[in-house]
Write a protein that binds this ligand. Structure first.
Ligand code: HEM
Length: 402
């Protein structure tokens, strides 16, 4: 087979960080797959290709070498958590872990959180009542999801800053500029986070409460169960995945509404909010690139994948494919098929927290604009140099501009 078209683009290039979408357009035009030189693996940028790859069971997330306990000593504690996370497992281990978590993470429980999320949003907004300006990332988008997931699990609100610190240190491992300092910080965070959760799990065993942690412990006592180590890995996954992406989904949504929608309140009413949130997720999602590993030799999209070869799936590029979303660069809150976006992935690893993330967006964004109807940007926001989480560094806003 002829070699794939090769494109180079540093994920840390200043113009790319601010706007990666022109590159994605070039990538889609190159063909079903292109070789991304800086990453050193083939990538898909079209909707059809990304969607098929994520669902194709010949590709998986788990490394073929197995999730070896061996590896560099300075990453031992990080690996101990990572290797038990459902995100990096394939069936049958993935099916078992996901099934047990879903038993505790029911859609009824999630839907029942609506008043609580509204209360958390109202409290955060009330703290800004006398302010003229705010950074809506620091003051709203960041604390909201971390408090929501903490309360769901049964972790005291006061732990939120510590959870953020551990979580940021751990997810830094997925960035393009990972180095020894980042690895050591991630390992320390994993060790401290695990020790703290071990003690909390022990407390709940003796004093059950009506929280997700207790439900996970109960799920442990059936025929199938989560071991303590699996429970720790699952709680860390839920806590980290439960806010890192949601922060920037809210932040990117608020930015877009303030920058390109003339009258945001008109698209946030009860009849429109669900569609507007899907368009927010389609138009500028927080997570752009996920990878899969070929589990066998596969000939696909004009490329002969060798067993063990990595392929990149550009979710955010697929969301701008004009074959599926006409005028893809425009933010159209009434777009009929916005919900077909791939921002939550597809296939067996489809985001387990999608119903919660959607609820948070649908409650938080209208609450913000209702509380501050004159909300306006105080300065143009800049995206952070952090391709693994697309989001702005800050959202400096005037709350009461006349
Ligand atoms: C807007 C916010 C969110 C976005 C854009 C998002 C996106 C994603 C994506 C793309 C995946 C699949 C990764 C892959 O296929 O390789 C995923 C998986 C996952 N997400 Fe989310 N997520 C969000 C919020 C949440 C929340 C709030 C939670 C938890 C409470 C959560 C928990 C998870 C878990 C546990 C998985 C792994 C599922 C599995 O491996 O079966 N996510 N998420």
């Amino acid at each position: 087979m002829p070699p794939l078209p090769r494109l180079n683009q540093s994920p840390r290039d200043a113009a790319f960080v601010q706007d990666p979408y022109p590159f994605y357009e070039r990538a889609r035009a190159a063909g079903p797959l292109f070789d991304w030189e800086e990453y050193g693996f083939p990538c898909a940028a079209g909707y059809r290709e990304v969607s098929l790859l994520l669902r194709d069971r010949r590709f998986g997330r788990e490394p073929l070498t197995g999730l070896a306990q061996e590896g560099p000593a300075h990453l031992r504690d990080f690996r101990a958590v990572d290797t038990l996370s459902m995100l990096d497992r394939e069936p049958p281990a993935h099916t078992r872990l996901r099934g047990l978590v879903l038993r505790a993470f029911t859609s009824r429980r999630i839907a029942g959180l609506e008043p609580e999320i509204g209360g958390i949003a109202a409290d955060l907004l009330e703290r800004l009542a006398t302010a003229e300006q705010a950074d809506l990332i620091r003051d709203f988008a960041e604390p909201l999801p971390v408090i929501v997931i903490s309360r769901l699990l049964g972790v005291p609100d006061a732990m939120a800053p510590q959870l953020l610190a551990w979580s940021h240190a751990m997810v830094s491992m997925y960035q393009a500029r990972r180095d020894r300092t980042i690895e050591e910080a991630a390992n320390t965070a994993a060790r401290e986070f695990s020790a703290w959760l071990r003690a909390l799990i022990d407390t709940r065993r003796h004093a059950p409460a009506d929280d997700l942690l207790t439900h996970l412990i109960v799920a442990e006592s059936g025929n199938e169960h989560l071991s303590t180590e699996e429970m720790i890995a699952t709680c860390i996954l839920l806590l980290n995945a439960g806010h890192e992406a949601t922060v920037h989904a809210i932040g990117n949504g608020v930015r877009t509404l303030l920058q390109v929608v003339p009258e945001p309140a008109a698209v946030l009413g009860p009849g429109q909010i669900a569609g507007t949130c899907e368009e927010i997720l389609r138009h500028d999602p927080p997570l752009h690139l996920f990878t899969r590993i070929a589990r066998e030799d596969v000939a696909l999209f004009g490329h002969q994948f060798r067993r063990g070869e990595t392929v990149g799936c550009l979710l955010a590029a697929a969301n701008r494919d004009p074959a599926v979303f006409p005028e893809p660069d425009r933010f159209l809150p009434r777009r009929r098929n916005a919900g077909a976006h791939l921002s939550f992935g597809a296939g067996i690893h489809f985001c387990l927290g999608a119903p919660l993330a959607r609820l948070e967006l649908r409650v938080a964004i209208p609450a913000l604009f209702a509380r501050f109807p004159k909300l306006a940007l105080a300065a143009p926001p800049r995206f952070a140099d952090r391709f693994h989480f697309r989001g702005v560094e800050a959202l400096p806003s005037d709350l009461t501009r006349i």
